[in-house]
Each structure stands twice: as structure tokens, then as C-alpha cells.
Design a protein around this ligand. Structure first.
Ligand code: 26V
Length: 824
């Protein structure tokens, strides 16, 4: 970048007002008095974008001047949600903008509410990437997100008669207010084609990749503001466009239709986010997407590096690449191809550079989520990459043989290639072999990677494996989502905790302060009032903010056990209506979450939740005590409204299945108490907040593993032995919850009683129900409850994504902060 920026944009109320009105006129062509809310939202967004871009240019200059190492976070998903309010808070102009908007006859909440979510992710993995971007910018670190510019984000969920219906989410229409197109930095991506085996002038083997199709990658930059607004990093998202050169060639050949078809084909690549969090064999377009991300990103990374260096010796000292799961694992082969084929780096040297640059994060142990791609597909799409994968595998297996001569089983298990038919490439193995660091996302998860997922790799390279327990950004999950709690905490312990979350510890003494407890509970009540309106407007269910809000919001998945929650609700319903046991407090069960469109069982669960809710509502004996609400279209913005209003957070996955969870952290930070299993980060949360401030239930991962190996889980025997389990399961499977759709839920009985029931619902049910009872009893003791809730807030500081990012920076990336100068 050259030259100085001559304009300095203003941050006063006055300057912001002028900027908004100027954008109304000159970007949107409307006079202020006739501007709609949407117009004002756009004009404000453009004003914010101007200021972000100014700081982004300065930040970039600062990074260039320092010559510091850069981190590239490669991810198929960035679940950002809304940006406007977050940016106003980060830039510390929320109050000024609020005043300016008042002059325009509106208010800041209404305007921020106009924004649609950027839903470029499925769930935990994508939201984690968004939290990491926020933390890297807030820590003044040169860390950049690289992803895809999808036209359509995760589908919108409608509910019709209790069933999920999917509608497209056209994010593209929202994007212009946030991003800048960088046509100058576009790149060309080759795919398909063939290999021609040639010899170079010294007679050496020299395979050429020829006859490819070309697609253009056009980057769009979204500014990511750090807290304080001085450091602004960028998230670079690539959109696929037809390659003009290729186009012209076919047009010139006179094949007009084929040229247009080609154009449509290319644009498909970044059209839509895959709405699954499990992998499906042979989805060619998905593999193309993954490769397109990798090719565009590496092209950009290498080009940036080459501005400063003429050879690749320093590459691993200046570049770190983090793979967010195996989705971008082709980066291993692509970097090798660039170094060897395009930069003439010798193979062994290239391998050393690749390995020292790349690191890999695993996010799931679920076998169905582990990516494998058919060799035949790779041979067609990426023939040269497949050769590199063969070569990498060959030299890797040579080392395995020297370590364990004759151990064929181990070779077969560790090989990047899986024997067929069909032969497949195991992306996790490719990532583990190619990376210098492999990390899990909670202590338990990392332990399971070492012991169950990749024990042979762990034996071979113990130093490669490490843990980085997940975290969440307190800027979004406290300042933006729960401003009143933020202000209350700031009144108590002073400013500064938002960027130093361990300082929340200073709240501990306030847990004994009746006046503080009272105010804390008032904030919670206000948040419950706010959520009541949201729920009423989207479901017509009327909830009572005085009741206990018991919340489970996350993707609908068997392993997350929304079904066990429903069994618990039915248990309480039967106790009330048949045994006359009234709950000590009225309770509202709040669910939200999307099911993958093809996941039948998950969609049935959504229907079940609705039907159980309706049955209770129709029962005059029950409706004043129990209520069930399913809030449609769960997304970041809805999470920001639900989480601050929760009294209880349900985190009840079958132990060993939830890699970490991050919702668990968001709820605790907002003063909800957790009912949870010893899974993922729940374990570490319980250690931090104290065993007496969390409700732990169920079997441990170790106990479940043992029972699975022994085949000793016999759900039918539990059903026969425990009358209450029998009553709950029988009533679930009867027509009681589907009077007009006879037999709808009968399958659930067979499901729950099968010996191979993977998720141990009935094994944990009794412990779970007892724990729920205990939590309800403690809820009515308001002093006790406030104390426990406040101690949760005071002790979750560890789970800030700032802490997580510092650990990645120190232990994996060797990345340092480049803070702004005084003048900035
Ligand atoms: C897999 C696939 C396969 C191909 C189609 C698209 C797709 C999308 C996502 C995935 C894997 C999802 C894995 C995931 O989201 N894991 C979650 O990661 C969170 C952040 O580390 C963690 O808190 C959750 O426990 C974990 O389930």
C-alpha cells in the first residue's frame, strides 16, 4: 500500500449524522425525511463501513511495516450473524449513533433490527470461526479468515403443523452493505483435465497437468473490527465466476450454448452452503467447493508472501495456516503442488515447508462426519493433486514400515488411502500427516482423539497432538446480547473485563451482596420479558417470565439428545397429571434448532416437541405449570435473544460425542445454570464454576465406552425394571401426543429399547430426571439461585475466545500481536 490517507472520518454525533444523511442522498438517492428504516439502516452501514475501511487500510499498513507473521484461518463456514450493532460497540460509537438516529426520527435498536443474519455456517464450527476472527482483531493479531462467498446461507426454518419446512436464505442481497469487492485480486482456479507424463531437459520425470477448466475466484473483503476499533482485520470470501479467458475461447469457437452452460456451471460453486453437519459420500459439488476455497486462499497467501520474499525458505516463519476441520485439507496437496510444480522447490524441501506451515483442528469424532472422497472422483477433478497425495502417502508409509516392520494392520489403518471398493482418500489422515499440529477442542475431546480416533498417529508423533479448549467472544455474547448485564457488571467491578475476561472473578464477593443479587435478577427478568415478546411474535405461545426458563437450543441431532429432554418433560407431565405432583415452580421449556433437511429422525423430533407442547397446552390440569415453546429459525440473532433470558441451560449430549460445545459457555456467561453431562467442555466448565454451581448427570464417556465394548447396555431391561421409565416410554409411543396422527411416534419405542441404541437415552434418564428435580427446587430459593448464577458468571472468564486465540498464537502459530501506534 502506498501514500497516506488524507481524510480522517469523524466519530462525533455530528460527523456521524452528516455521514448518514450524505449516504442517504448519494448512495441511496433518498431525502432524509422520506427515508425508510431500511434506507437508514443501509446509510448507517455505509457510514460504518467507510470508517472500518479507513482503519483496515491502516491496520494493513502496520502489518506490512512490521513484517510480522500472518495467520490464515481456512474455513468453509463463518457464522457471523449481524454485524452492525457489534461494529458500533467495537468502534465505541453506539451512543453517538443512537443520538444521530434520534434526529432522524428513529432509534438505534429499530435500525439494527433491519439487518439480516449472515448465516454462512451450520452451527458450532462456523460460529467458532466467527468468534476467533473477533478475538484476533481484538488482540491486534494479523489473523485473517478465508472462506466462500455463498449466495445462499443456511436455509431459513419455517414450522408448519409442527414440521420443519426449509426456505432459501438469500444472503447475497444483504452483503453489499458489509463488503468490498476486490476484482483486482481475483485468481484463476484450474480443475478437471488430465496428466501428461513428460520428461524435463535433464530427463527427469515431469508430469504436466493439462486440459483443465478454469474458474475465477473473486474475493470480497468483510472488515472485522477489534474491540476499540483501531485494529480492523479482514475476512476474505471468494465467489466463483466464469473465467473470462475460457469463455472467450468457447464463444470464439462459436459454441454459444456451451459457453453459457459453462458460465452457469462455474457460478454454481459458491451458490450455496451445504446444510449438513455430516458428510455424504460422493457429493461432487461439495468437493469442488472445498478445493475452490483451498486454491483461491493459497494463491492469495503465496502472492502476498512473494511481495516480500524471493524464495520460500522463510515461508513457515511468515505464514501459518489453520485448517478448520478437514474441509480444507486439500491445502496439503495444493501447497505441495504450488511449491513443486510452480516454484521449482525440491519435493523434500517443499514437504518440510508445507508441514511446518499447516495445522489442523478436529471438531468431531462422529464417524459419519469424517470425510472420505472416492479416488475416482479425485482422479477426474484433481489428477495432479491425487499424484501428490500418492507420493505423500508413499513416503509416510515408508516411515510406518520402518517403525513397525510387518505390521500390516497398522499400515492399513494409517494409510491416507482406504482400500476399496471403492478406494477412498481419508481426509483426516491427510490432514494429520500434513500438519505439524493436530488439536482437539476440549480436554476430553483431545484425549479421545489420542486414544480412540488416531491412537497410531499419536504413538508415532505424540508431540503433534495438543488441546485448545474452545471459547466465545464476550463482545458479542455479553456486550451486544446482554447490554444490561454488561452495564451491571461494569458498575460493580469497573471497566476492562471485556478484553480481560478472567477479571470477572472480581464479581465473586457480589454473589453474597443482596442488593447486587436483586439487580442481577432484575436484569434476568428484563431479558425474559424481551424473549416473551419474541416468542409470542413467532409462535403465538404465551410464556410467563415469572416461570423458570429451561432452554435447549442447538442443531437437532440424536447425540445432543433433545429426545431425552422431551422424556424428562413427559415425566414431569405424568407426575403432575397422574400422580398429582405439582412442580415447585411453573416451568417453560424453550427449544430451538434446525434439522438437516435430509435427517428424518431429527425432523421427527421437531414434530414431537411441538406435539408434546400442544398436548400439555390442551390439558387444563397442566397448562398453568408446564409450557413448551419451539422458537423457529434458530440463528445467531435468535441466540442473542434467547441465551440472556435462560435460567437453565441444557447440555445433555451422550458423553464422548460433543467435541466441546460453545453454547454451554454462552449460557454460563449470561447467568444460566447448566444441567449437563460430563461431555466436551462441560467438564472444564464444572471445574471452573465449581461442582456445587452446576447440575451434572449421566454416565461418563469412559463408562459408556466400557458398556459399549461389553455390550452391557440393555435398555429393554431398564424399561422392564423401572416403572417410571416404562410409563414415559409407553406414553411417548402411544397416541397421547398424536391424537390426530395415530401411530406417529410409535417408532420411538423400538428406537429407545434397541440394544444398539447408540446414544444411551434410557441409561441416563433417571439420573437426568433427578437432577432436573433438584435444579427446580433450588430455583425457588431465590437467594441461593442468584448466588449460583452470579458465581457462574464470575468464573467462566477462562472460556473467552481471547484465551483460546492466545494459546493458538503461542503454542501453534508462533504469532505475535502488532498493536496500533499512539498516532492511530
Ligand atoms: C461436516 C460436514 C461434512 C460435509 C458437509 C458439511 C459439513 C459441515 C460440518 C461438518 C462438521 C461439523 C463439526 C462441528 O460442527 N463440530 C462442532 O464444533 C464445535 C466447535 O469446535 C464444537 O463446539 C461442537 O461440539 C462440535 O460438534
Amino acid at each position: 500500500m502506498e501514500g497516506e490517507l488524507y481524510v480522517r472520518l469523524g466519530y462525533t454525533m455530528d460527523a456521524l449524522y452528516r455521514s448518514i444523511t450524505r449516504h442517504l442522498a448519494y448512495s441511496l438517492g433518498v431525502v432524509p425525511t422520506q427515508a425508510s428504516k431500511r434506507d437508514i439502516y443501509l446509510a448507517l452501514s455505509y457510514s460504518v463501513r467507510d470508517r472500518l475501511l479507513e482503519k483496515m487500510l491502516k491496520t494493513n499498513q502496520r502489518y506490512e511495516d512490521s513484517g510480522a507473521k500472518r495467520l490464515y484461518y481456512l474455513s468453509m463456514e463463518f457464522l457471523i450473524g449481524r454485524s452492525l450493532a457489534n461494529n458500533l460497540r467495537a468502534m465505541k460509537i453506539y451512543d453517538q449513533v443512537a443520538e444521530a438516529l434520534q434526529l432522524l426520527g428513529t432509534d438505534v435498536e429499530t435500525i439494527c433490527d433491519q439487518e439480516r443474519d449472515a448465516a454462512l455456517g451450520n452451527g458450532g464450527l462456523g460460529r467458532l470461526a466467527a468468534c476467533f476472527l473477533d478475538s484476533m482483531a481484538s488482540l491486534d493479531m494479523p489473523g485473517f479468515g478465508y472462506g466462500l462467498h455463498y449466495d445462499y446461507g443456511l436455509f431459513e426454518q419455517d414450522i408448519s403443523n409442527g414440521y420443519q419446512r426449509e426456505k432459501p436464505d438469500s444472503w447475497i442481497s444483504e452483503a453489499p452493505a458489509l463488503q468490498v469487492e476486490r476484482a483486482d485480486a481475483a485468481c484463476i482456479v484450474p480443475m478437471y483435465g488430465r496428466i501428461e507424463e513428460t520428461k524435463d531437459k535433464w530427463g527427469r520425470h515431469n508430469p504436466l497437468w493439462l486440459g483443465w477448466n478454469l474458474v475465477t475466484g473473486v474475493p470480497y473483503d468483510i472488515p472485522i473490527a477489534g474491540y476499540g476499533g483501531l485494529t480492523v482485520n479482514r475476512l476474505r470470501l471468494f465467489a466463483a465466476r466464469p473465467s473470462t479467458e475460457f469463455d472467450i475461447k468457447i464463444f470464439n469457437e462459436g459454441d454459444y450454448l456451451r459457453a453459457v452452460e459453462q458460465k452457469i456451471e462455474s457460478e454454481k460453486i459458491s451458490k450455496i452452503l451445504y446444510p449438513k453437519d455430516s458428510y455424504e459420500a460422493g457429493r461432487e459439488l461439495r468437493l469442488i467447493q472445498e478445493y475452490f476455497l483451498v486454491a483461491c486462499s493459497l494463491n492469495d497467501i503465496v502472492r502476498t508472501y512473494e511481495k516480500d520474499y524471493s524464495d520460500f525458505n522463510k515461508f513457515p516463519e511468515k505464514v501459518a495456516i489453520q485448517l478448520n476441520d478437514t474441509h480444507p485439507a486439500l491445502a496439503v496437496a495444493e501447497l505441495m503442488r504450488i511449491l513443486v510444480d510452480q516454484k521449482w522447490v525440491p519435493w523434500e524441501r517443499a514437504w518440510d515447508i508445507t508441514n511446518r506451515t499447516i495445522a489442523y483442528t478436529n471438531h468431531t469424532l462422529l464417524p459419519e462426519a469424517l470425510e472420505k472422497w472416492p479416488e475416482s472422483l479425485l482422479a477426474r477433478l484433481l489428477p495432479r493433486h491425487l499424484q501428490f497425495i500418492y507420493d505423500i502417502n508413499q513416503q509416510f508409509l515408508d516411515r510406518v514400515v520402518t517403525l513397525w516392520p510387518g505390521d500390516v494392520d497398522r499400515m492399513r489403518n494409517m494409510s491416507i488411502m482406504e482400500e476399496g471398493p471403492p478406494r477412498q482418500v481419508r481426509m483426516a489422515n491427510l490432514a494429520i500427516v500434513g500438519a505439524h499440529s493436530v488439536n482437539g477442542v476440549s480436554a476430553l475431546h483431545t484425549d479421545l482423539i489420542k486414544k480412540s480416533l488416531a491412537p497410531n498417529f499419536f504413538e508415532m508423533w505424540p508431540e503433534r497432538f495438543n488441546n485448545k479448549t474452545n471459547g466465545i467472544t464476550p463482545r458479542r455474547w455479553l456486550c451486544v446480547a446482554n447490554p444490561n448485564l454488561h452495564d451491571l457488571i461494569e458498575d460493580a467491578i469497573g471497566p476492562g473485563f471485556v478484553t480481560d475476561l478472567e477479571r470477572l472473578r472480581e464479581l465473586e464477593p457480589f454473589a453474597e451482596d443482596p442488593a447486587f443479587c436483586e439487580k442481577f435478577m432484575q436484569v434476568k427478568h428484563g431479558n425474559k420479558e424481551r424473549l416473551k415478546d419474541v416468542i409470542f411474535n413467532t409462535t403465538v405461545v404465551e410464556v410467563d417470565p415469572a416461570s423458570l426458563f429451561d432452554v435447549q437450543v442447538k442443531r437437532i441431532h440424536e447425540y445432543k439428545r433433545q429426545l431425552m429432554n422431551v422424556l424428562g418433560i413427559i415425566w414431569e407431565y405424568l407426575a403432575l397429571t397422574e400422580d398429582g405432583v405439582e412442580p415447585v415452580s411453573p416451568k417453560t421449556f424453550i427449544f430451538a434448532g434446525k434439522a438437516a433437511p435430509g435427517y428424518w429422525a431429527a425432523k421427527q423430533l421437531i414434530k414431537l416437541i411441538h406435539n408434546v407442547g400442544n398436548t400439555i397446552e390442551d390439558d387444563p390440569r397442566a397448562r398453568d405449570f408446564l409450557k413448551v415453546a419451539f422458537a423457529p429459525n434458530f440463528r445467531v440473532t435468535l441466540a442473542e435473544q434467547i441465551i440472556p433470558a435462560a435460567d437453565i441451560s441444557q447440555q445433555i449430549s451422550t458423553a464422548g460425542f460433543e467435541a466441546s460445545g460453545t453454547g454451554n459457555m454462552k449460557f454460563a456467561l449470561n447467568g444460566a445454570l447448566t444441567i449437563g453431562t460430563m461431555d466436551g467442555a462441560n467438564i472444564e466448565i464444572s471445574q471452573k464454576v465449581g461442582r456445587e454451581n452446576i447440575y451434572i448427570c449421566g454416565l461418563t464417556a469412559y463408562e459408556i465406552e466400557k458398556m459399549k465394548r461389553a455390550g452391557s447396555y440393555k435398555p429393554k431391561a431398564m424399561y422392564d425394571k423401572h416403572p417410571m421409565i416404562k410409563r414415559v416410554v409407553d406414553s411417548l409411543a402411544s397416541d397421547r401426543f398424536c391424537p390426530r396422527e395415530s401411530g406417529l411416534f410409535a417408532w420411538l419405542k423400538d428406537y429407545l429399547l434397541a440394544d444398539n441404541e447408540m446414544f444411551f437415552h434410557l441409561a441416563d434418564l433417571e439420573s437426568y430426571v433427578k437432577t432436573r428435580e433438584l435444579s427446580t427446587q433450588e430455583y425457588v430459593d431465590k437467594t441461593l439461585w442468584a448466588k449460583k448464577a452470579i458465581l457462574n458468571v464470575a468464573r467462566v472468564g477462562h472460556f473467552s475466545s481471547d484465551r483460546t486465540i492466545r494459546q493458538y498464537a503461542e503454542e501453534i502459530w508462533d504469532l505475535v500481536a502488532i498493536p496500533p501506534t499512539e498516532a492511530e
